[in-house]
Design a protein around this ligand. Structure first.
Ligand SMILES: Cc1ncc(COP(=O)(O)O)c(C=O)c1O
Length: 426
């Protein structure tokens, strides 16, 4: 018996806050992980279609990133540096410029806020307000931008919003793409409200949008919708913030999820898979003319997380020197889509809808509670997969982008069986 096998979930019930959530769906104690698998303290392994909610796009403990990290640590490379100059940060910035921005013809200044997605969003909102001198924001139905108060104010989910315990102000929601099942022309209300002195809409500093809403239910915006939104923002001199915290770093195929639409947001928020290793790191990309911060005006103690710069640089060099990962993500995404479509077709009376882009995929259930039941069935069969959407009605697939075809097929077979178990009692 090894030492970890005596660990049980009891300590978490006893000592950890009631706020914990994922562990309620997966009540085991995880210990090690490699590639697309996690192993618990009892030695049971689980295939991962969750990938740390989009943090582990290159899988767990990717050996190339791990070597870069271990080399760095073993030579006493600096770990923490606030925003002091470090060699690790210099290499990361250079790699990001050379491998990501330059090849795409994008010009951005890079801000490192505190190391989480919500820090990036808070920075973006603050900067947009500072630059434009306006305080109003426009967000979209079913958006998710994080848990701090500014980010919550532009987040749709009422349960999360209620957690604020105070009014969340200065944001006006607009319908996301397809909110009215294409029965109402895109941006009809937004354009009208902007033009009408009687609408009560204060001219917004910025619009914040996810190109594919992740937590909101895996809702992809159409390319034409994103293009029309970018054009509307330009015409009305409203800044466009793309929150690429979950859908960036290749999740939908290309490095940035907005590339598909050929748009250039004024501000881009990134985090999650940026370090590639699960080490916290966040970034705000700012159109150079908008970089009007005063020194230290937005800071944070953990902006200089050098191990994250090291693994982030290794990840950029390994995965973004060519388009191999992008192509394989798109191919795997199609494989997932075919499988989900087969399931939906098989149970045509159950109202199942496959959705998504790249390797951000979902299967929406008309009867919301069945999605969680299917996830539970999947867990019993050794697969981690979570739900998303305002009523948790979507079974959400977010496998590592580096998953093998065999592993992908294994997980899809488990999902097929799990849906059958729920719908047929099989
Ligand atoms: C689109 C988006 N923005 C922001 C966040 C918040 O990131 P974090 O949880 O790291 O604060 C998330 C987290 O899921 C997200 O999906």
């Amino acid at each position: 018996m090894n030492a970890t096998s005596t660990i049980t979930p009891a300590v978490f019930h006893e000592l950890e806050s009631e706020v914990r959530s994922y562990c309620r769906s997966w009540p085991v104690v995880f210990d090690t992980a490699r590639g697309s698998h996690l192993t618990d303290v009892d030695g049971d392994t689980y295939l991962d279609f969750f990938a740390g909610a989009g943090v582990l796009n290159y899988g767990h403990n990717n050996p190339i990133l791990k070597k870069a990290l271990l080399d760095y640590l073993s030579r006493d490379g600096i770990t923490h540096s606030l925003d002091m100059h470090t060699a690790a940060k210099a290499r990361f910035l250079r790699a990001f410029q050379d491998l990501v921005l330059s090849p795409r013809g994008l010009r951005y200044k890079v801000q490192f806020p505190g190391p989480t997605g919500t820090n990036a969003v808070e920075s973006a909102l603050k900067l947009a307000r500072k630059v434009t001198g306006r305080e109003a924001m426009v967000n979209f139905t079913n958006s998710f931008h994080g848990m701090t108060l500014g980010s919550l104010s532009v987040t749709g989910n009422s349960m999360k919003r209620n957690g604020a315990g105070m009014p969340l102000v200065h944001a006006t929601p607009m319908p996301f793409d397809n909110y009215f099942d294409q029965t109402i022309p895109d941006f009809l209300w937004f354009e009208r409200a902007l033009a009408d002195n009687g609408s009560s809409l204060n001219k917004p500093a910025a619009v914040i949008v996810e190109t594919v809403q992740g937590e909101g239910g895996v809702n992809p915006a159409r390319v034409e919708w994103l293009q029309a939104l970018a054009e509307l923002c330009k015409r009305h001199e409203i800044l466009l913030i793309v929150d690429d915290v979950q859908m960036g770093v290749g999740r939908t195929g290309p490095f940035f999820s907005f590339e598909i639409a050929g748009i250039e947001p004024d501000i881009v928020c990134m985090s999650k898979s940026l370090s590639g290793y699960g080490l916290p790191l966040a970034m705000v990309l700012i159109r150079p003319e908008l970089d009007q911060w005063a020194p230290g005006e937005h800071n944070g103690t953990f902006r200089g997380h050098n191990p994250a710069f090291v693994t982030g640089t290794a990840a950029l060099e390994q995965f973004w020197s060519d388009d191999a990962l992008e192509r394989s993500t798109l191919a795997k995404g199609e494989r997932v889509e075919e499988s989900l479509t087969r399931i939906a077709d098989k149970y045509s009376d159950a109202g199942l809808t496959p959705k998504g882009r790249g390797l951000a995929r979902g299967l929406q259930f008309e009867q919301a509670e069945l999605a969680a039941q299917a996830c539970d069935q999947a867990f019993r069969r050794g697969l981690l997969v979570e739900t998303a959407g305002p009523s948790d009605e979507v079974l959400k697939l977010l496998p590592p982008l580096t998953i093998s075809d065999d592993e992908l097929d294994e997980g899809l077979a488990i999902i097929t069986e799990s849906v059958a178990a729920v719908l047929e009692g099989a």
